[in-house]
Design a protein around this ligand. Structure first.
Ligand code: AMP
Ligand code: MG
Length: 431
């Protein structure tokens, strides 16, 4: 995708404090940000098909929005200079202007124009008094002192978008308001980057797929479903490659296929230090891959790199096998990396500060992600409190399911006292 990809060793030399055997989360994130390329191909889409897609180039406004000064209220348009300094202003009505049918006549001194919201301001008039502030007596409109100031209730031409201004910047993930903004410019189509293609599979001989019998000692593959859900929310194209047996031939074929079909490949399982299976070996032979021990909990082991086959390559994220570790490492590393690969401008995730309802044991020197339930609290300084969801084992997927956020205890943080404020990453809005 990019002209020349730096080697992993080159990237490592740029990351200060790089230590593959005890890598702080921040350093791992920096490494990955340097590693991942961005998609280049652009396609044009009708604006309704572009929701959630990444804008490929700035959208420059070719018109002013609104095109003319217009009224923000139903009422009477007048000359602000004619408002009496104290006491009533008395005017007569010269005619009516509607949205889409403006008043074209001339307005003599002492006259006003009955005007509706969105109607173009008649020439020379600069102020609108809402009808509920006025008294109408026969053909006279009486504006009480202080009802409006000059310029009130007038929307100026170009106040939403000036002609020639960048309405939206490249890298924006298009949201509903953006579709409306594009429509307000009269644009039917918009250039977006092509969707990222992400392949994923699970590794491990103990795994069975839904629908298969479950022999003793085996577990159903859940990681492919949590991954599918998290990836779906990111709006990438998915290639579900199933469960791949712990067999070098099957693994190599799967990795080669993924390198050819996808921009990124995500696997789960088989990357722990003590791992006896073939996953790590095959990853190594197909590319430039590092095996990290990250200073975090859950989710210590992770493989990262680039695998190649037949002149195609893909970024590899080899996630740990434990179901909670898969989700946590995805949110800590993979989510932002895939957004960057999709061409999206990075946006920091909103964090809450919540008072912990209990003391939490925490060792400094690693980042911990505990599952928590955040609720409103009148007693907390921030208005929020968080309770840890019981057992925090990295195999207990239910802890993720009952939680509504991740309590993020930073690298330097030590034990937390009851009532202390901690950072919480809420799941709502986390794509
Ligand atoms: P591993 O990282 O391969 O040593 O796996 C760690 C733990 O996660 C083991 O208990 C595995 O059985 C479990 N595990 C690995 N992959 C999956 C999966 N796809 N679905 C559910 N559990 C898994
Ligand atoms: Mg395994």
């Amino acid at each position: 995708m990019s002209p020349r990809n730096p080697t992993l060793a080159e990237i490592a030399s740029c990351v200060s404090g790089y230590d593959p055997d005890a890598l702080p989360v921040a350093q791992a994130q920096e490494f990955i940000a340097r590693l991942v390329p961005r998609v280049q191909a652009v396609e044009k889409l009708a604006i309704r098909s572009a929701l959630g897609r990444v804008l490929a180039s700035d959208v420059i406004s070719t018109i002013a929005v609104p095109a003319h000064d217009n009224s923000a209220m139903d009422g009477y348009a007048l000359r602000g200079s004619e408002l009496a300094a104290g006491g009533d202003t008395v005017l007569t009505v010269a005619g009516t202007g509607f949205a889409g049918a403006q008043f074209d006549g001339s307005v003599a001194p002492g006259q006003c124009v009955r005007i509706m919201t969105g109607a173009v301001m008649p020439a020379g008039l600069d102020t609108v008094v809402p009808q509920e502030f006025t008294r109408v007596e026969g053909d006279r409109v009486i504006v009480p002192a202080g009802a409006v100031r000059r310029g009130d209730n007038r929307r100026c031409a170009g106040e939403d978008l000036a002609k020639g201004e960048a309405a939206l910047k490249a890298g924006r993930v298009l949201r509903p308001a953006d579709l409306g903004l594009l429509a307000s410019l009269g644009q039917a189509e918009v250039p977006v980057l092509r969707r990222l293609r992400v392949a994923f599979f699970s590794t491990g001989d103990e795994l069975r797929s839904i629908g298969e019998p479950l022999p003793e000692g085996c577990v159903y593959d859940s990681n492919r479903y949590t991954l599918w859900g998290m990836l779906q929310r990111l709006g990438v194209d998915l290639i579900d490659m199933g469960v791949v047996r712990d067999d070098p031939v099957a693994l190599e074929a799967a990795f080669r296929q993924a390198a050819q079909d996808a921009d990124a490949v995500i696997t789960s399982g088989g990357v722990s230090v003590g791992e006896a299976d073939h996953t790590k070996q095959v990853m190594k032979t197909l590319g430039d891959v590092l095996f990290w021990r990250i200073a975090m909990r859950p989710g210590r082991p992770m493989a990262i790199g680039r695998i190649s086959s037949g002149g195609h390559d893909a970024i590899l994220f080899g996630l740990p096998g434990n179901p909670v570790a898969v989700m946590v490492t995805f949110y800590a590393f993979v989510r932002d990396a895939l957004l960057a690969m999709s061409g999206a401008t990075p946006q920091p995730l909103p964090m809450l500060r919540a008072a912990s309802t209990q003391a939490i044991r925490k060792k400094a020197g690693r980042t911990e992600y505990q599952r928590g339930i955040v609720t409103r609290s009148a007693d907390s300084a921030s208005g929020w409190q968080v309770e840890i969801t019981g057992a925090q084992g990295s195999g207990i997927l239910r802890s993720m399911s009952v939680a509504n956020g991740l309590v993020v205890l930073g690298h330097e943080q030590g034990n937390v006292a009851a009532g202390e404020l901690v950072d919480v990453l809420p799941f709502d809005g986390l794509v």
